[in-house]
Design a protein around this ligand. Structure first.
Ligand code: ATP
Length: 254
């Protein structure tokens, strides 16, 4: 397959849940080897977009292609090259960390699942709690286990939904380095939803801002800082969010 084929292509994606439109005609492309941030206020449609790319949510309309493969028709062909992490998807709590990661290593058909578990445990510092029930771990420990699960198949396309939520600053920084290393060493393409603007500035080549299910900006962080005349992405985020407040007021006739 040509290296020119984008990692992810989303075209006019719409997702409606019982009358609520979560995603309302979103289009974007993620090139190979890029780390792209997906930003937006609560309820903007980020998780729904990520779930549709993974094939976990069936789009109401529109198209999603990953490495050129249509996710609606042929996702079984490409799922082995993808993975995701989300704090909203819990691993079975009664299984130990080892059992959980081993299960995924087997599901992905890795040649030596046990060796992969040992490797990830060492790399992500899970050894101390490898044989404890996953449900009894602290939030930060669970996040590390979720990242181990997300990296188990060394994916070419990685989708991360708030990968450093509930981590202490030191662990969060370490996890960010690990994510950057996955891109640098593997040439992987990463889409990352985050509310942490420093994380976005540090990791992302480009950011896509969503608001009410639509894309309102898609540019490198430096370009957005310039466009909004701001020094930090945090200020840009607030400007976008306030834009929403002003629009909402206008639309409701206030
Ligand atoms: P957050 O930053 O709060 O995680 P988000 O940008 O990830 O938000 P989504 O979780 O995609 O936003 O939600 C977008 C909209 O769709 C919200 O209005 C939400 O209430 C709605 N929604 C999401 N999932 C469902 C569902 N399973 N059933 C009904 N409505 C849903």
């Amino acid at each position: 397959m040509s290296a020119d084929v984008p990692a992810i292509e989303v075209e006019r994606l719409v997702k409606t849940y019982n009358g609520t439109t979560a995603v309302d005609g979103v289009s974007f492309r993620i090139p190979r080897g890029a780390i792209v941030g997906l930003l937006g206020g609560n309820g903007a449609g980020k998780t729904t977009t990520i779930s549709a790319i993974m094939g976990l949510v069936v789009p109401t309309s529109g198209e999603v292609r990953v490495l050129g493969t249509d996710m609606r028709r042929d996702r079984h062909r490409i799922l082995h090259r993808m993975n995701f992490e989300s704090p909203y998807v819990d691993l079975p709590g009664r299984l130990t960390v080892r059992q959980n990661i081993l299960t995924f290593a087997r599901l992905y058909g890795l040649p030596d699942p046990k060796a992969r578990v040992r490797e990830l445990a060492e790399e992500l510092d899970l050894t101390d709690f490898l044989d404890r029930a996953t449900g009894k771990l602290s939030a930060g420990q669970k996040t590390r286990v979720a990242l181990a699960k997300a990296l188990v198949n060394d994916p070419d396309v990685l989708l991360l939904d708030e990968p450093t939520a509930s981590l202490d600053p030191d662990t969060a920084s370490w996890i960010r380095d690990r994510i950057a290393r996955h891109r640098d060493e593997k040439g992987a393409s990463i889409l990352l939803a985050s509310h942490n603007m420093r994380e976005v500035e540090r990791l992302c080549d480009r950011v896509i801002f969503m608001r009410r299910g639509t894309v309102v900006a898609d540019a490198p962080p430096a370009e957005l800082l310039e466009r909004y005349g701001r020094d930090t992405m945090e200020d840009v985020f607030i400007d976008v969010a306030r834009g929403q407040a002003v629009m909402a007021a206008l639309e409701s006739g206030l």
